[in-house]
Design a protein around this ligand. Structure first.
Ligand code: C5P
Length: 220
């Protein structure tokens, strides 16, 4: 029996991270934050002094980087032994991730790292191309979205809660630019995978979105 996978794709700020983590907890499954892998690679490349358009250089860093996710009460990411969770949360990390993510060679370099998360008893995979490219055979697929106003507002609150300085208008414009780049890129563009449950969370609470996702897995 293949290990079951629930994919949750969608644009930034739709609530994917929160819903995915809670779903993984409720199901007792592993959790893959693929965005954090792209963000960490962007940071590692900047730290190595690379131009983010240097495809071979960025792929070299991808092969070398040591990433650790801790999905305890607080989700933390360690890059080469150091906690980089806060550094990865900001819009600069998101923008850099989206720049390198448009490169097919970089996506290929990160492919196996993402596949390795598929272990029993199951996996919840959060990203842009989880159901379309990385786990096309996933048993359960969700496309979680929300209006750009709502998404910007949520991102703003998240950053403020983390003590990170933020400007709502700027966040909305950055989110819209990033969406456009993710949707229009030639390789693995952001799309609702075929057969996915389309969930617009603009007027839903986290609990309501989570229930819809869990109902899909339970077959309700
Ligand atoms: O989800 P998150 O905002 O952390 O993702 C950061 C960026 O990484 C996205 O804007 C996207 O360009 C890229 N990404 C991707 N494919 C994924 C996950 C993230 O291209 N599966």
């Amino acid at each position: 029996m293949p290990v079951p996978v629930l994919t949750i794709d969608g644009p930034s700020g739709a609530g994917k991270g929160t819903v995915s983590r809670l779903a993984a907890k409720r199901l007792g499954w592993h959790y893959l934050d693929s965005g954090a892998i792209y963000r960490a690679l962007g940071l590692a490349a900047v730290q190595a002094g690379l131009d983010l358009h240097d495809s071979a250089g960025v792929c070299g860093v991808a092969a070398e980087m040591q990433l650790h996710f801790d999905c305890g009460d607080v989700f933390t990411v360690r890059l080469n032994g150091l906690d980089v969770t806060t550094q990865l949360a900001g819009e600069t990390a998101g923008k850099n991730a989206s720049l390198i993510a448009a490169d097919p060679a970089v996506r290929q370099a990160l492919f196996q790292k993402q596949m390795d998360f598929r272990r029993p008893p199951g996996l919840v995979a959060d990203g842009r191309d989880m159901g379309s490219v990385v786990f096309p055979d996933a048993a359960y697929k969700v496309f979680l979205t929300a209006s750009s106003e709502q998404r910007a507002l949520r991102r703003y609150k998240q950053l403020k809660e983390k003590g990170i300085d933020a400007n709502l208008i700027q966040i909305r414009s950055e989110i819209e630019q990033r969406d456009q780049r993710d949707r229009e890129r030639a390789v693995a563009p952001l799309v609702a995978p075929e057969g996915a449950l389309y969930l617009d969370s603009s007027d839903l609470s986290i609990e309501q979105a989570l229930e819809s996702v869990l109902n899909l897995v339970r077959g309700d």
